[in-house]
Design a protein around this ligand. Structure first.
Ligand code: 1QQ
Length: 370
């Protein structure tokens, strides 16, 4: 053997160094700045908490996940650039996010074309997974949640409803379509339909029109800032407890209570999760999240926490950091997490719609709606 130690030792050292450095690159695109940052920062906190556990043990024989979270600022072009960076520069095997359906309709075609499995954790509009075979979501679509919320309103005696929605955001528009169809199906009488822009601050024309029609309820499909604006102005115009306000997934943020305060009291919204869910996995998640972040998790953090485990487990089962194999493994997901048991349909949507709870805002906090 002419191969001396002189050659062998550096080789061994080099391969040890590679083994120590081996990490699996995963990307996330979330809103970390701008008016919708509450959603994305909450999602990031959920992902980070899950990674603490995942990276302790590692996947694929001890490798860590290197998660790169890019800020989209809620902007479609920035989200597309983030996707290109994650795929081209970081060579990620999967993408988590983006935060908004509006962004997914821009990013999804890009990552799908690159054959990178992309897992939305908060995208609830119709048509998300139809973008392509590599697009998944773990979030329940509005079409599964809104009918449950309307049923609760009906049980409270609501018979007539006015619908308001933001016409410049994919989630808000789709949520409105779902509310309208669900209201019609359940026999609610729609007395008015009014739209606005997500950046609007004056909703008085729409609300004044609706006030004259005296609906039992007002359904609002929009992101949290405009929903808060509508509520604040509605109270100024004299809408009181007699009007049942109904929100969609955009309202599922503590930001609603922070911005609207008492004006949001009484609003109901459906959610796949509730902070006081009596379940050991959920309770541990809540206390670990509080310990790490000094505040309580919201639904978006809970969904992201589960999604990170789902993606990590898929990479592990794939047996390699290979995006094709990860996609196939994702389809075979059988996971039990904070949201409960989880599998994907063959169409890459959540299979089970069980566990939707209707929440009510009171004093800046969500509780179970009675
Ligand atoms: C979507 C949503 C948003 C409310 C997520 C933050 O549901 O864009 O689909």
């Amino acid at each position: 053997m002419r191969f001396s130690r002189v050659v062998a030792i550096p080789f061994v050292l080099a391969s040890l160094a590679t083994a120590a450095r081996a990490e699996v690159p995963v990307g996330a695109i979330e809103i970390l700045s701008g008016p919708n940052a509450a959603y994305g920062t909450s999602i990031k906190a959920g992902l980070d908490l899950a990674l603490d556990t995942i990276n302790k043990k590692g996947i694929l024989d001890g490798q860590k996940i290197a998660l790169t979270v890019e800020d989209s600022a809620g902007n479609k072009d920035q989200a597309i650039n983030a996707a290109r960076k994650l795929v081209g520069r970081d060579k990620v095997v999967a993408v988590i996010g983006p935060t908004l359906s509006n962004e997914m309709f821009a990013v999804g075609p890009v990552t799908n074309e690159r054959r990178i499995p992309t897992v939305g954790t908060s995208t609830t509009a119709n048509g998300i997974t139809a973008i392509g075979d590599y697009i998944f979501r773990t979030s329940l679509p509005e079409s599964d949640v809104i009918p449950v919320t309307l049923k609760k309103a009906q049980a409270r005696g609501v018979k007539t409803i006015a619908l308001m929605y933001a016409n410049d955001d994919a989630f808000s528009k789709s949520g409105f379509d779902v509310m309208k169809a669900a209201a019609e199906k359940s026999g609610l009488k729609i007395v008015a339909i009014e739209s606005f822009g997500s950046k609007d601050t004056d909703f008085s024309a729409q609300l004044t029109k609706i006030k004259g029609l005296k609906p039992d309820a007002i359904g609002i499909s929009a992101l949290v800032e405009p929903v808060s604006g509508v509520l604040l102005q509605a109270r100024q115009l004299g809408f009181g407890k007699e009007t049942q306000f109904i929100g969609g997934n955009g309202s599922n943020s503590p930001k609603l209570g922070e911005i609207a305060g008492a004006a949001a009291d009484g609003l109901i919204v459906g959610s796949p999760w509730f902070i006081a869910k009596p379940d050991p996995i959920s309770e541990k998640f809540v206390s670990d999240f509080q310990a790490k972040n000094g505040k309580s998790p919201d639904q978006f953090a809970a969904q992201a926490f589960d999604a990170m485990f789902i993606v990590a487990a898929a990479i592990d089962r794939a047996g390699a950091a290979d995006s094709e194999k990860v996609r196939d493994a994702l389809l075979k997901t059988n996971y039990s997490g904070v949201m409960g048991p989880f599998t994907f349909t063959s169409g890459r949507d959540p299979a089970s719609t069980e566990g939707v709870v209707v929440l009510e805002m009171q004093g800046g906090k969500f509780g179970i709606a009675k």
